[in-house]
Every structure is written in structure tokens, then in C-alpha cells.
Design a protein around this ligand. Structure first.
Ligand SMILES: Cc1cc2nc3c(=O)[nH]c(=O)nc-3n(C[C@H](O)[C@H](O)[C@H](O)COP(=O)(O)OP(=O)(O)OC[C@H]3O[C@@H](n4cnc5c(N)ncnc54)[C@H](O)[C@@H]3O)c2cc1C
Length: 392
């Protein structure tokens, strides 16, 4: 008869932060369980459940995070390992960052691979009537969603992790098993645990285009871009930039970054020219400008695809202060490690955040690493465990 697993650490939340943290802790040598109301791409999505909306690029991002450089470098290293292994739905692809006004090189120019100014590149996406275009290109890691999340859940299962689907209250958290609780409940954290710092939501609109021919660079590679048109053409500060992420079977087009207080009800008002796509009001620029860019660069008219509009919430904790919450508090004398509030950078910072949270768990309870036994399908987990256990 199989004995029931004794749980060292309970992870609350099963979005990208919860599943990554749970895998990280398992590989460090803890027995864990996830308790979550929803699992991405299995359960119905809603704007406050952020992971199903992630584009999901792994690139330096605009979120306040103490120790961001180190967290980003851990994430890049682990996503690099996945891209090499080819079994997790992660790849590296050219990403363009383009502006119609001059910009200095970004701070990350020396830390990403393949950084090149577009003045050194022959072809890149641009509006035909733009008088000038500036920017750069680099090789960005990219997680093909939903495949990546499904692979993470399968890996967690093969490590012995258990997932319990349950909507929790503050009181229910008290009754969870485990010596330590890890709060990865995203926006739900605000209701489950006290937090002295404010939260903000940045609404992000997307249009999903299906049924199009594959969109590739001239060399046949998948690619992505962010494009900021001339400020004269932008009427507000929230819906100027657009992006496109061609995936294997669809294209994710964005975007917007509209600030809303979590105490307000978002009524869906778009502060610039808008249009309805599948019943959802989205900034027109997402369709019009992306169509222009993709038509001239890759010869594909997205208007010929089946278009679906949607919006999701980027949950930002303490935007003008400490930022992402990775700290230890307690609940009835039991340690609680928080790992939440990643805004638009949850995928990007997922592995770095998990490393930081795991360190705090380690201050409360020692891991007990056993030799790893995973199926050959997850051979990459052995390399990942070596990386994680080396404690670099
Ligand atoms: C439009 C858009 C585009 C984005 N693009 C990118 C990108 O390209 N790159 C990137 O890095 N990031 C991107 N992001 C951000 C990314 O999606 C988020 O940072 C990330 O998904 C946050 O993950 P999370 O696990 O913290 O939260 P969530 O995904 O929201 O998960 C929260 C989990 O907690 C559970 N939960 C909450 N409350 C309770 C409760 N009371 N009881 C039980 N369970 C509970 C939920 O069910 C869920 O399982 C984007 C976001 C949006 C909206």
C-alpha cells in the first residue's frame, strides 16, 4: 500500500509562478503540494487569472523587483536549458524592439545574446510611411503557451507533486498541510494575506489571430517585436505600443497597459480609437498597425485570420516602492513565503523568483534532496536539479 506523502511545503496558486515555485522546491528536495482554484488552460480563464494571457516572452521587463538582474539571469539560464533540451516548449527567437524616435541602447544590451542595432540589420518590421525607425534586435527566449505550462505540470506530476483544485479563504489557508506555506496566488493574494503595500492592475488587450499562414522572418525563423510609433500619432500614454508574437498555430497581437486600481471595477473603456473584435472593445491600433507591420515585413494580412479580442490584468504589487513581493511573514506562527505581484513579467522572472522564494523557505525548513528518478521524457529535470542544488 502506498503511504501518503507528508507535505513539507504547500504552494498556494497554480499560475506560472505557483507551478515554477513548486517544481523548484521539489527539485531542491522538499515534498510539496499545490492548492489552487484554477490551473491555466485547464480551467476557464478570466482577466484576473493572468497566466493564460502571457505572450510569453522572457525579456527584461518593466517591473520593480529587488535583485532583478540576478533573477533575470537565473531565469535566462533555466529557459536556456529548456530551449537546448527542446522538450519543454521553449525556444530562442529574434525579437525586435522598434521605435520611430531615437532611443539610447538599453541597459540589458550586454546581457542578452545576439544584440544588434537595427542600423546594422537589412530588414525589420516598420511602417512604410515612418520617416525613421530606431531600435535593436536580440535573441529572446520564448515559452510556447499553452504547451510550456502543460509540460511544467507534467514534470511536476512526474516528480510526485500533487495538485488540489480548491478555492481558498483566509481561514482555509490555516488548515492547509505543510510546515511552510508559499503564497503564489497572484491578484488573489490580496484577499488571502495582509499586505501593507498597494497593488495596481495594468490591463493588457490582445487580439488572437487564427487560421493564417505561418509568419516567419526571411530566414524562416519565428520572431516577435514590440513597436512604438511616433508620439505625434499617439493620443494617450497607455495604448501606443503594439506587439506581435507569432506562435506555432496562432498569432498573439497586443497591446495596451492601462492602469486601474484593484478597488475600481474595470468597465472596459479604451482611451484611444477602438474597435470591437468578437464583442470585445480593443484599441484599433492592435489590428491596424500590426496588420501594416506584418503585411510589409512578412507578407501576411492578419485581417484575413479569425480574430478574437480579449483583455487580461497584469497584477503589479507596490509599483512605486518595493515591487514584486518576495518576503517571509507568518500565519498562526507558521512561516508564509510570498511570491506574487509580478505585473507583466511573471514568466520572465518565474525561475529567478522561485530561487529567491526557495531561499526563504530554506531559512525555515531544510531540504532533504534524494536522488532524482524521472522518466527519460524529463531528462532535462536532472540538469535542472543539478543547477538548483548547486545553490549558485
Ligand atoms: C496581456 C498580458 C500579456 C503578458 N505578457 C507577458 C509576457 O510576455 N512575459 C511575461 O513574463 N509576462 C507576461 N504577462 C504577465 C504574466 O501573465 C503574469 O505576471 C503571470 O501570469 C502572473 O502569474 P501568477 O502565477 O502570479 O498569477 P496567476 O496566473 O493569476 O495565478 C494565480 C493562481 O492563484 C490561484 N488563486 C488565486 N486566488 C485563490 C484563492 N482564493 N484560492 C485558491 N487559489 C487561488 C489562481 O486560481 C491561480 O492558480 C502578461 C500578462 C498579460 C495580462
Amino acid at each position: 500500500m502506498q503511504t501518503e506523502r507528508r507535505i513539507d511545503v504547500t504552494v498556494i496558486g497554480g499560475g506560472v509562478i505557483g507551478i515554477t515555485t513548486a517544481i523548484y522546491l521539489e527539485l531542491r528536495g522538499y515534498d510539496t503540494a499545490i492548492y489552487a482554484e484554477k490551473v491555466p488552460f485547464v480551467d476557464e480563464s478570466s482577466p484576473e487569472f493572468a497566466t493564460p494571457y502571457a505572450a510569453a516572452s522572457i525579456k527584461p521587463a518593466s517591473v520593480t523587483f529587488s535583485g532583478q538582474e540576478r533573477a533575470l539571469s537565473i531565469s535566462q539560464e533555466i529557459f536556456g536549458l529548456f530551449a537546448d533540451a527542446g522538450s519543454m516548449g521553449v525556444r530562442q527567437q529574434p525579437h525586435f524592439v522598434l521605435y520611430e524616435e531615437d532611443r539610447p541602447d538599453p541597459g540589458y544590451a550586454d546581457t542578452v545574446s545576439g544584440f544588434r542595432r537595427i542600423s546594422d540589420i537589412e530588414r525589420y518590421p516598420h511602417r512604410p510611411d515612418a520617416t525613421s525607425v530606431f531600435g535593436w534586435q536580440f535573441d529572446a527566449f520564448f515559452a510556447e503557451l499553452p504547451a510550456y505550462i502543460a509540460r511544467c505540470y507534467a514534470l511536476y506530476d512526474s516528480l510526485g507533486g500533487a495538485v488540489h483544485k480548491r478555492a481558498l479563504t483566509r481561514d482555509a489557508c490555516r488548515k492547509l498541510p505543510g510546515e511552510v506555506l508559499v503564497n503564489c496566488a497572484g491578484l488573489g493574494s490580496k484577499d488571502l494575506f495582509d499586505d501593507p503595500r498597494p497593488w495596481m492592475i495594468y490591463v493588457g488587450h490582445q487580439v488572437i489571430a487564427d487560421g493564417l499562414p505561418l509568419i516567419r522572418t526571411d530566414c524562416g525563423e519565428l520572431f516577435s517585436y514590440n513597436y512604438m510609433p511616433n508620439s505625434d500619432t499617439i493620443s494617450d500614454g497607455f495604448t501606443g505600443e503594439v506587439y506581435a508574437y507569432p506562435r506555432m498555430d496562432t498569432v498573439v497581437l497586443g497591446g495596451s497597459r492601462i492602469p486601474v486600481s484593484p478597488s475600481e471595477e474595470w468597465k472596459g473603456h479604451v482611451p484611444s480609437a477602438s474597435r470591437r473584435v468578437g464583442g470585445v472593445e480593443v484599441p484599433s491600433r492592435i489590428v491596424e498597425l500590426n496588420n501594416e507591420l506584418l503585411k510589409t515585413y512578412a507578407g501576411v494580412s492578419i485581417k484575413e485570420g479569425n480574430l478574437t479580442g480579449r483583455y487580461g490584468f497584469r497584477p503589479v504589487r507596490d509599483p512605486d516602492g518595493h515591487g514584486v513581493r518576495i518576503e517571509r511573514t507568518s500565519l498562526d506562527d507558521r512561516p508564509v513565503v510570498h511570491n506574487c505581484g509580478h505585473g507583466g513579467a511573471g514568466v520572465t522572472l518565474s525561475w529567478g523568483s522561485a530561487a529567491k522564494a526557495s531561499k526563504l523557505v530554506g531559512e525555515a525548513i531544510e531540504p532533504d534532496p534524494a536522488p532524482l528518478t524521472v522518466s527519460r521524457e524529463f531528462a532535462v529535470a536532472e540538469r535542472l536539479a543539478t543547477r538548483i542544488r548547486s545553490n549558485r
